[in-house]
Design a binder for this molecule. Structure first.
Ligand SMILES: C[S@@+](CC[C@H](N)C(=O)[O-])C[C@H]1O[C@@H](n2cnc3c(N)ncnc32)[C@H](O)[C@@H]1O
Length: 358
């Protein structure tokens, strides 16, 4: 059962809210935003937090199960190879390639590129990971569509939930340019009907409700403004009878109530609520400038998460887009292009497995 941080008690049936308990029921949500405009900043932010995959702490030591097995099998088929992982993030696939080389005595030169800044370290608990990552040639701020390598530099180019975030047509041409004759491009890409996508639809609604509709951080900032120069809990307490304090307090409380009422039992909503509630508590011991800075930092973190979800929805491929990729690949000059649904270890749809032969 998920545990809510410092302020909240699961289950969400009963929510502590300034001394009261409320029973909440689900209600509808806002429309899910979708965008294909990928700015690297929100990805750089994520990778700077030390995650090795985009799944964060859930996959702290790299991909597991069917995904791991799929890639290890692909790497195991080679004995000596120049390998490129595009849209690598913090190097999850590239790390698996190095692991495979070390375990099976293979000779791989592994390069990894991403449009974002790549984290120097990961927070993985497997002590091998820093050593494996140390053998990868990372190149940050490199788009899939335009790679800084000569023609025919690689035997294998790989991508895990990566190339579909780019301009796909341009990337297919670039990958073709970089592959040696007989080389191949292997990818697992997001599938528009996969569980990964479906699970995130509600999270996107939560972010939109909190950030754009209810504007929780704006209301919190207004409430902080009503505290004036107060910088300890006693001084804040003295303001509670002032109309400005009460107005901003009530506006924030009402919005928070609407928010938790709309999203019971949702972990993303719990995280957002707790962040705001914790901030409100901690801020009473801060200077006005420090509490604004703390609020902006929290808000930026959630806006980044929302932007990554927008990228995800824009990237997910349906059958039509897969057919487009296959036909485009043939036009570009690949000798073969296959795509099939990729299932995880529980048999659930987890993406598309794509293979393009040069
Ligand atoms: C879902 S993450 C996957 C990262 C990694 N492959 C993994 O499995 O952990 C998508 C990555 O695509 C990168 N990306 C988005 N657009 C890109 C582009 N046009 N060129 C290169 N990388 C891009 C993002 O910066 C992000 O690191």
């Amino acid at each position: 059962m998920p545990v809510c941080f410092s302020c909240w008690v699961w289950p969400w049936d009963y929510l502590r809210f300034e001394g009261e308990y409320y029973r909440h029921f689900a209600s509808g949500g806002a429309q899910v935003p979708a965008s294909k405009n990928s700015s690297a900043e929100h990805w750089s932010q994520w990778w700077s937090e030390g995650h090795i995959t985009s799944f964060g702490p859930a996959l702290i030591n790299n991909y597991e199960g069917a995904t791991r097995a799929h890639w290890l099998q692909i790497f195991a088929e080679l004995s000596e190879a120049d390998i490129l992982d595009i849209a690598t993030g913090n190097g999850a696939l590239a790390t698996l390639a190095v692991e495979c080389a070390e375990t099976h005595g293979k000779h791989f030169q592994v390069t990894a590129t991403d449009i974002a800044a790549i984290g120097e370290h990961t927070s993985s608990t497997d002590s091998n990971i820093p050593r494996w990552r140390g053998q990868i040639s990372f190149r940050a701020e490199v788009p899939c569509e335009q790679q800084p390598f000569p023609d025919a530099s690689f035997d294998l180019i790989v991508s895990q939930y990566g190339f579909e975030y780019s301009d796909i047509d341009a990337t297919l041409a670039e990958v073709h340019r970089l592959l040696r004759p007989g080389g191949r491009f292997q990818a697992i890409a997001h599938h528009a009907s996969s569980g990964v996508i479906k699970r995130q639809v509600l999270s996107a609604r939560v972010y939109q409700a909190a950030l754009q509709q209810l504007k929780l951080f704006t209301l919190l900032q207004r409430h902080f403004d009503s505290w004036g120069k107060a910088r300890n809990p006693q001084a804040v307490e003295k303001l509670t009878t002032k109309p400005k304090f009460q107005k901003s307090h009530n506006a924030l409380e009402n919005a928070l109530r609407q928010f938790v009422g709309a999203f019971p039992n949702d972990e993303t909503a719990a995280r957002l609520f707790c962040a705001i509630d914790d901030l409100r508590g901690d801020a009473s011991r801060m200077s006005p400038a420090a509490r604004t800075a703390a609020l902006k930092k929290q808000e930026a973190g959630f806006l980044g998460a929302q932007a990554r979800l927008q990228d995800l929805f824009g990237a997910a491929l349906d059958s039509d887009r897969i057919e487009h990729i296959r036909s485009r690949a043939r036009d570009i000059g690949y000798s073969d292009a296959t795509a099939e649904p990729f299932l995880d270890e529980d048999g659930a749809l987890a993406g598309w497995s794509l293979r393009l032969l040069n």
